[in-house]
Each structure stands twice: as structure tokens, then as C-alpha cells.
Design a protein around this ligand. Structure first.
Ligand code: MGD
Ligand code: MGD
Ligand code: SF4
Ligand code: MO
Length: 888
């Protein structure tokens, strides 16, 4: 492993698929310095709020640092032997398809490569699927239908060169913030550039959009089918390109012609005028990029949506040229690398096809493997069903948390409970998934591991270690190869470093390729350890002997189908889902700015937890009124799969009859907020990707007998009907609500703060009003303070949280704390908007009211928005709201 130097290490952010370069420095004090790498072509020095806060997430608190068998510490030898023996025994008794791996786009390419090689080439099953099934598989399937290969044709530069950017089903401002900032900067330089946002919600991304089309959920196929018809009617089809390089145009157009504007309007929920304006803009703007992500992919019609979009680009020949093309932005840091190694159950390594006999032979020959999977394996949803039904008897989960992220998530719990042998490799000891493992394997995390990732624009970058491996943690590739060796495949898994795995992966990509496959990085087939250490970010393809280039695909056709032509796919608009009158709301789910998935890392950062400290449901104010919900009341969302309880957030950004709930809150952070317990496991028939944006729920208020808010130094254990826990500087903050009232509030507080009975407490009780306030101090510092009321507690959260870092030297200060109001010297900041400088909503509003009317002016007064810039859209929203308020 590379030695750890005190100097900056060039590495890559482990969060989203933008793949920003990071300079990480381990200071003498042990603190971690994080900065954007000015030379990395994805971000040129920029980082978003999550990237900037990376240093706060690498501590060893809650880390898994030694192997465990049945909850007891074990040696590596014992754990690895057990995993190898149980997998081998299960295969012997029940065949190769009785075992499975469920892996992740957060593995590095080298980890992913050996996992796939072990399963497909040596175990001889294709039962390896990945969380990318929930993420990118509709894009993969759409690419393969259209191009014959899973190719992203364009580059990030296209986003800056385009005259029109269509963002559909993508909340770029929060989910790919650095790309969003690159577009915002390009738009400032080239003011004629237009941005159209297509999303049922008015997200923060609307801030750079000239037009927001509030589409009906799943209206996208209809919209792009309508666009194809319009393009043809306007004579905007590039006949030359279509004739030379594509097939299927007539059939696709025939469907488009059968839907008039009125019909498309009904299916999309957009007015004929809105449609005509958008279609005209698209028709007239040659340099156009259509960016899409989960609002497109995570749908029962996801693959059709992808092809409907690609059809419009093929029909106009707007693909592979500067500033033009369909652009699937990937979610995870290595979603693309996983696709390159063939980590999905229906793919083979190096973008080869599992169903192609020649490809199978080629891969088997290259690996010199005893066997090769000959049929697709189980896709994620089917895989967990097979586990539950006892067909899969040994399962190894790596770098993903399916108990929280799979649809019908409680069935995943059932499956894991029913499974005779579950192995989980993770970096954290306690997740909702690790507690079901028979064997827990401690993986190396970001900052410790060494390898490569590929970002959304096909750029391969190094992740390099700058921290020592903690305890007994080991890199995923090492763990997998150790098991492979113990299963009898030592010679084929004899790697001693990730560079050797990368070299093999590169060599395979060039083997028998000769231009027949898009993925080729054989220029690196003989890479040495030293060259790997200094490898600069590069884009594929880069074949044997070729220099690194930044090339686009398909400007001159030459697709990867048999006849080298692209296919326009004849897609039909999706039919409206029948609504179930018992569950009249569409449940849309997704992401917020400062959390990553199941919060196992971002949940450690106080800065990132201050933006939204609680799970919530966005609901339109009129719907809320109809359902008897006020702002900040608790809401219960229910359907036949389950129930969650979260905070109501009333906003007209949300469409009527829709609610939006973030995917992030787990059983580790809240009592009942695992939103995937409500999501039906309906999948796209082509890709197998679940429709995670389209559950149906009933919405009701949750009435508790008491509500509480507390901050405390030590992590509490909670049992109430509703609780939600978040990190704050110096400790934790906790929201509470319950039907059952404790008999003794002081004893309750003591338990909550985990203090001894001898710690003196300060209390205020009004039993008739149901108000209680209890504080405990250890010396001059606060151990905890609890506020209880019959209605949701109104005390300022940010102010109360700050009390944990203050000294209480006199009695007056302590009484003031119980008054629950900030003193004059401690204004209430409100929810944290700027995570970098901890600037709250109230501070920004106050500055706006006293004359700072631009984001720049706010930056000058408060510094807010001047570092990573991820909050600039929100700052603008607050300024606008307050200027209006001032004018009223
Ligand atoms: N902050 C943050 N960033 C992340 C992540 C994270 O956890 N946190 N995760 C990363 C990962 S793995 C991924 S996959 C990406 C996801 O990135 P995005 O796809 O941008 O994020 P989502 O919030 O899942 O969904 C995007 C939008 O789709 C909209 N939508 C829902 N239904 C429809 C529909 O029928 N049509 C259209 N047009 N839109 C619809 C939703 O309202 C939502 O605003 O983000 C990556 N970046
Ligand atoms: N309702 C709903 N559900 C969704 C989505 C949605 O939009 N809505 N989005 C879906 C999408 S797009 C995605 S990508 C998934 C994401 O869902 P998951 O993959 O389940 O979420 P993560 O929290 O990223 O899980 C990663 C796990 O790996 C661990 N880990 C981190 N680094 C390493 C490492 O280096 N090695 C190992 N072995 N472990 C590591 C973390 O501690 C964590 O437990 O969720 C999907 N589920
Ligand atoms: S945009 Fe943010 S989360 Fe994504 S790679 Fe860059 S710094 Fe990381
Ligand atoms: Mo994802």
C-alpha cells in the first residue's frame, strides 16, 4: 500500500458521479484538510457541501474495525475460512445459483472486477447484482437498445457548450452540484443559453431554469414522443444522419403521429402552449443536451423514457458533437466502473454481452476459468425474493444497505432473516443491514482505500489513500480475493495490489476488441505499480498505443450494433397508473442536498445534518389543509406495505396529490422513516429497475400526546412513537413525540441524557399545560436539555444546539436556557442553509430585509454561499421571499 505522506494526496470524492478531484491533507494535529483539486477536469477545484465536509466523516466513531462471526469478534482467518467454506458447501449441495453477491456502485473498479470474476467465471453463476440496478439499469438498457452498447456519448464540456440544456428527472443542484455550478457559470458567460427543467416538483434546480415544466409523474415518454412528432412535422429531422446511421425511425414516428398535442397534453399534464413552446425551443436549438437521471430511470417505463429521449437526439443527428447529446448522469462514484466490469446480473465483463457465445468464450479464455455463467442472474428485486423463498441460501452484501434502499424494504428484512448464511462487508458496525449478518467483514473506507473510479463522462480517476487502515479493516478487493483463494482459485486471484487488477481489467478490454466494443482502455494493459500511483485522470476509450483523448461517440454513427446503425425504439407513452382511492397520494422519493443515501457517512457531520435535521414529507399547502395538517405537524404515510411518520413540510414547490419524502432516514436516525418500506417493488420490464418514485399512500396527521425537543452530549437510545436524531456540534439533537407519557420527567431526562442520578438538574414544570423543561449540567457544560409541550415544541433548534458548546458559568445563564429563547447576544439562526459557514435561514432573511438583495451581497455580509456554492439557489429563494415580504 502507498505510504502515507504528510503532504496533500490527490484523490477523488466518494460521493456522486460527478467524480470531483480532491486534495486531502492529513495535518500534524490529525485534522483532515479537504480542498478541490484545481487540476481535476471534472471540477477544476470546486467541491459541493458534501465534498467539502469529507474531513468530518472519516473518524473512527462507529466504524467496523474487526471481523465478526455471529456478533463476536473473530480473526480474519476464521471469518474468511467460514465464508469460503459455507459458499463452497452451498454450491456443492445446491448448485452455483444457490449463492449470490449483492454489490454496489460504491466499490472501486478493482473490487468490482474481482467480485464479478469470482461469481461469473469461477462460481459459474451470474447471481451478482448491484444497487446500480436501482440506479442506472434503465439507462444501461436504453443505451444498449439504441447504441448496441452502454455508451455515454458526451462529455461535461458539452454542458458548457450547449445552447439548450433540458434537465429531466434530475435535481442537479442538489445531486450533481458541481455540474450544476458549471452550467450556472456557463450560463452567466453565455446569457443566451436556455435551461428547461422537467420535474413534477419545483426543485432548487429551477433556480437556473428559464422554464419549469411541472410534468405529471411518468409523463416523460409521452413528452418526448410528442417532441419527435413535432420535430418531424417541422422538418427538423436530419434525414442524412437518420438514413446513414439509424434504423427504426419510421416505426417510432408512426407512434408519435398517432398522438396529437391534446393527447400529449393530457398525458403530461402540461398545457398545449407549454408543450409548443418547449418543442419549438428544442427544434430551433441545435446545440442541445438532454440530461436525465432518477426521475427517468426509476420507473416502470424507465427504459422507454430513455429511448424516447435518445430517439429525439438521433432523429436530429444531435449526438456526439460539441454541445449535443443525451446525457445520463450517474449517481454513485463508480456506477460507470461497475458497468465496465460487468457487475450487473445480465452483463459480462468489459461491456461484453452475457448472451453472446463468442463473448463468453473470450472472457472464459482470458480468465482461464473453469466455467462461465451462461444465463443472466437474478436482478436485485428477484434476487431478494429468491433469498426469501429459500432459493438463494448464501448471500454476500458489499457496500450497500438494502434494508433501507430496496423497495418493499421490510421484505428484505424477512429475506435476510430467512437466509441461512448472510455475509456483509461494510465500513460501519451498525447499519440496518449489518445487524442481519452472520459474518461481518470490516472494509477499508474512503481515505484508506486505493483504486480507480469512473465518473459520468467516462473519466477514470484514482482514489488514493491518505489514512492508515484502521484496526483490522481491509480493502474490499483483498477480502474478495482471500475468499476466492480459499475456495480453491488461488492462482487466478493471486493479485498483490489493485494495480495488478487494473492492468488485467485493461488488458481484457482490448482482447479481441479491434473496434468492436466501445470500452477499451488497453493502453494501460501493462501499467506498472509506479505508473498506477501517478495515473492522471483520463477518459475512455484509450486503446493500445493510443494517447489519452477526450473523445465523443457517434457523431459519425458507427454504433455497436451488428449493422453499426443506431436503433430508434418504437416506444409508446406509458399508461396512467390506476389510482387506488384508499391511497390517493403519489409518493415521490429522492435526495436532499447534504445527505448521502442511508447517512452512514454524512450523518456523522454536524454541518451536513443542520440543513434538514429530520425526515420530512413535502406536501402542497392545499392538500395539507384538506388532510388536517399544519406546518411542522407530524404526518403518517401509510399503504398496504407499511407506515412511516415524518414531519410535514408545506410548500407550493410540491404538486397537488403528490408528496415527496427523502430516502435518507434509516432505523439508526429515526423511529419510523424508512421510506422504502412503502415503495412497491414494481419494476421496469426491460431493465428490472424498480419504480422508486411512484408509490401510492394515504396521508394523515399523527397526533401525539406530547412533543419534545432535546440536545444532549451522549447519543441517546430512544423508544418513542416518533424520534429523529441528528448530529450537532458537541453532541446530538433529538425530536420526540409520543402517545404515552412518562410518569417522572426528571427520571426520563436522566435516562435520555445518560447521566447518573447524582447529576443535579434544573427543571420547570407546568403539569396543567403539559410543559416541561429540564436541563442537566456537568460542571460548566450542558449534559442535555429537554423541552416538552402538548404541541410541537417551538424552541429554536440551532440556538439550543449551540448550547452544547458553551460554558454555563452563572445561574442566570442556566435559567435563560430553560426559558428556551435565545438571549440578545444569541440570535436564532434558523435551519442551516450554508453548511460551509453555518449560516442559518433567519440570518439570511434578516440580511435580505436590511438591503442585501443579491446572493453576492449576502456573501459579502455573511460569507454564506462563498465557499462551495451549493446553497446559492436556496439563498436566492430566501432573498426573493423576504423582498416580497418587505414589499407587502
Ligand atoms: N445530495 C446527494 N446527491 C446525490 C446522492 C445523494 O444521496 N445525495 N446520490 C447520488 C445518486 S446514487 C444518484 S442515483 C443521483 C440521483 O440524482 P437525481 O436523479 O437528480 O435525484 P433524485 O432526487 O433521486 O430524483 C430527481 C428528481 O426526479 C423527480 N421525478 C420524480 N418522478 C418524476 C417523473 O416521473 N418525471 C420526471 N421528469 N421527474 C421525476 C423528482 O421530483 C426529483 O426531483 O444523485 C447522486 N447525488
Ligand atoms: N425510495 C428510494 N429508494 C432508493 C432510491 C430512491 O431514489 N428512492 N435510490 C436508489 C439508488 S439510485 C441508490 S444508488 C441506492 C443507494 O442505496 P445504498 O447503496 O443502500 O446506500 P448507501 O448508504 O450508499 O450504502 C452504502 C453502504 O456501504 C458502506 N460503505 C461505504 N464505503 C464502503 C466501502 O468502501 N466498502 C464497503 N464494503 N462498504 C462501504 C456504507 O457504510 C453503507 O452501509 O438507493 C436506492 N434506493
Ligand atoms: S459534486 Fe459534490 S458530491 Fe459530487 S463528486 Fe463533486 S464534491 Fe463530491
Ligand atoms: Mo444511485
Amino acid at each position: 500500500m502507498e505510504s502515507i505522506s504528510p503532504k496533500s494526496v490527490r484523490t477523488t470524492c466518494p460521493y456522486c458521479g460527478v467524480g470531483c478531484g480532491v486534495l486531502a491533507t492529513r495535518e500534524e494535529s490529525g485534522a483532515i484538510g479537504i480542498a478541490g483539486d484545481p487540476h481535476h477536469p471534472a471540477n477544476f477545484g470546486r467541491l459541493c457541501s458534501k465534498g467539502s465536509a469529507l474531513g468530518e466523516t472519516v473518524d473512527l466513531d462507529a466504524r467496523l474495525i474487526e471481523p465478526q462471526i455471529d456478533g463476536m469478534p473473530a480473526s480474519w482467518d476464521a471469518a474468511l475460512d467460514l465464508v469460503a467454506d459455507r459458499f463452497a458447501e452451498t454450491i456443492r449441495e445446491h448448485g452455483p445459483d444457490s449463492v449470490a453477491f449483492y454489490v454496489s456502485g460504491q466499490l472501486l473498479t478493482e473490487d468490482y472486477y474481482v467480485a464479478n470474476k469470482l461469481m461469473k467465471g469461477f462460481i459459474g453463476s451470474a447471481n451478482i447484482d448491484t444497487n446500480s440496478r436501482l440506479c442506472m439499469s434503465s439507462s444501461v438498457a436504453g443505451h444498449r437498445r439504441a447504441f448496441g452498447s452502454d455508451t455515454v456519448p458526451g462529455t461535461y464540456e458539452d454542458l458548457e457548450l450547449a445552447d439548450l440544456i433540458v434537465l429531466t428527472g434530475s435535481n442537479l443542484a442538489w445531486c450533481h452540484p458541481v455540474l450544476y455550478q458549471r452550467i450556472a457559470a456557463a450560463k452567466a458567460r453565455r446569457p443566451h443559453m436556455r435551461v428547461v427543467l422537467i420535474d413534477p416538483r419545483r426543485t432548487m434546480t429551477a433556480d437556473i431554469a428559464d422554464v419549469h415544466l411541472k410534468i405529471k409523474p411518468d409523463g416523460d415518454t409521452a413528452l418526448f414522443v410528442g417532441l419527435l412528432g413535432f420535430l418531424a412535422a417541422q422538418g427538423a429531422v436530419d434525414r442524412g444522419y437518420v438514413d446513414r446511421h439509424t434504423s427504426g425511425f419510421d416505426a417510432a414516428l408512426a407512434i408519435a403521429k398517432s398522438h396529437d398535442l391534446r393527447n400529449i397534453s393530457a398525458r403530461t399534464g402540461l398545457s398545449p402552449e407549454e408543450l409548443r413552446d418547449f418543442f419549438t425551443l428544442f427544434t430551433q436549438t441545435e446545440r442541445c443536451v438532454t440530461v436525465y437521471s432518477q426521475g427517468v430511470n426509476q420507473s416502470t417505463s424507465g427504459t422507454d423514457k430513455v429511448n424516447a429521449i435518445i430517439n429525439c437526439h438521433l432523429a436530429t443527428g444531435r449526438i456526439g458533437r460539441p454541445g449535443m447529446g443525451p446525457f445520463s448522469v450517474t449517481g454513485q462514484p463508480n456506477a460507470m466502473g461497475g458497468r465496465e466490469v460487468g457487475g450487473l446480473a445480465n452483463m459480462l465483463a468489459s461491456h461484453m454481452h452475457l448472451e453472446d457465445e463468442d463473448h463468453r468464450q473470450l472472457v472464459q479464455g482470458f480468465w482461464a476459468s473453469p466455467t462461465i455463467a451462461s444465463k443472466p442472474g437474478l436482478k436485485a428485486v428477484d434476487l431478494f425474493n429468491a433469498v426469501r423463498e429459500g432459493k438463494v441460501k448464501a448471500l454476500w452484501i458489499m457496500a450497500t444497505n438494502p434494508v433501507d434502499s430496496m423497495p418493499e424494504a421490510d421484505l428484505v428484512v424477512k429475506a435476510l432473516k430467512a437466509c441461512p448464511f448472510v455475509v456483509v462487508s461494510d465500513i460501519n458496525a451498525a447499519t440496518d443491514t449489518t445487524c442481519h449478518a452472520h459474518v461481518l467483514l470490516p472494509a477499508a473506507g474512503w481515505g484508506e482505500k486505493d483504486g480507480t473510479v469512473t465518473n459520468s463522462e467516462r473519466r477514470i480517476s484514482r482514489q488514493r489513500p491518505f489514512l492508515p487502515l484502521p484496526g483490522k479493516a481491509r480493502p474490499d478487493w483483498w477480502i474478495i480475493t482471500q475468499v476466492a483463494r480459499r475456495m480453491g482459485f488461488a492462482a487466478s486471484f493471486a493479485y498483490e495490489s489493485p494495480s495488478q487488477i487494473f492492468a488485467e481489467h485493461a488488458a481484457l478490454s482490448g482482447t479481441g476488441n479491434r473496434g468492436s466494443r466501445d470500452f477499451d482502455i488497453s493502453a494501460h494493459a501493462a501499467i506498472s505499480g509506479e505508473d498506477y500511483d501517478t495515473l492522471q485522470p483520463f477518459q475512455w476509450p484509450q486503446g493500445q498505443g493510443e494517447p489519452a483523448t477526450e473523445q465523443r461517440f457517434f457523431a459519425e454513427g458507427d454504433f455497436y450494433t451488428q449493422d453499426r446503425r443506431a436503433r430508434l425504439v418504437a416506444v409508446h407513452p406509458a399508461n396512467d397508473e390506476a389510482t387506488d382511492p384508499r391511497h390517493p397520494f403519489v409518493l415521490n422519493t429522492g435526495r436532499i442536498r447534504d445527505h448521502w443515501h442511508t447517512m452512514t457517512r454524512t450523518g456523522k457531520s454536524a454541518r451536513l445534518s443542520g440543513h434538514f435535521a429530520e425526515p420530512f414529507a413535502e406536501i402542497h399547502p392545499l392538500d395539507a389543509a384538506e388532510q388536517g395538517l399544519g406546518d411542522a405537524t407530524l404526518v403518517r404515510l401509510t399503504n398496504d406495505h407499511g407506515t412511516i411518520i415524518v414531519r410535514a413540510l408545506l410548500t407550493d414547490r410540491q404538486a397537488r396529490s403528490n408528496v415527496f419524502v427523502p430516502m435518507h432516514w434509516t432505523g439508526q436516525f429515526a423511529s419510523k422513516a424508512r421510506v422504502d418500506t412503502l415503495v412497491t417493488a414494481n419494476v421496469d420490464p426491460v431493465s428490472g429497475q424498480p419504480a422508486l418514485k411512484m408509490a401510492q399512500v394515504a396521508v394523515r396527521p399523527f397526533q401525539a400526546n406530547w412533543y419534545g425537543f432535546a440536545v444532549m452530549r451522549v447519543k441517546p437510545a430512544c423508544v418513542e412513537d416518533y424520534w429523529a436524531l441528528a448530529r450537532t456540534k458537541g453532541g446530538f439533537r433529538l425530536e420526540l413525540a409520543s402517545c404515552a407519557e412518562p410518569e417522572d420527567w426528571s427520571a426520563y431526562a436522566q435516562q435520555l441524557f445518560r447521566t447518573g442520578a447524582e447529576v443535579p438538574l434544573l427543571a420547570y414544570h407546568d403539569h396543567r399545560q403539559g410543559q416541561h423543561r429540564i436541563a442537566m449540567f456537568e460542571g460548566e457544560t450542558l449534559a442535555g436539555v429537554l423541552f416538552v409541550a402538548r404541541e410541537p415544541v417551538t424552541v429554536s433548534r440551532s440556538w439550543a444546539s449551540e448550547q452544547l458548546t458553551r460554558q454555563f458559568t452563572d445561574a442566570h445563564q442556566r435559567f435563560q436556557l430553560l426559558a428556551g429563547r435565545p438571549g440578545k447576544d444569541m440570535p436564532d439562526k434558523g435551519a442551516i442553509v450554508c453548511a460551509c459557514f453555518s449560516v442559518g435561514k433567519n440570518e439570511i432573511a434578516a440580511a435580505a430585509l436590511s438591503g442585501s438583495h443579491t446572493v453576492e451581497a449576502i456573501g459579502k455580509t455573511l460569507k454564506a454561499g462563498t465557499n462551495c456554492g451549493s446553497c446559492r439557489a436556496e439563498i436566492r429563494g430566501i432573498i426573493d421571499a423576504n423582498i416580497v415580504k418587505a414589499a407587502e
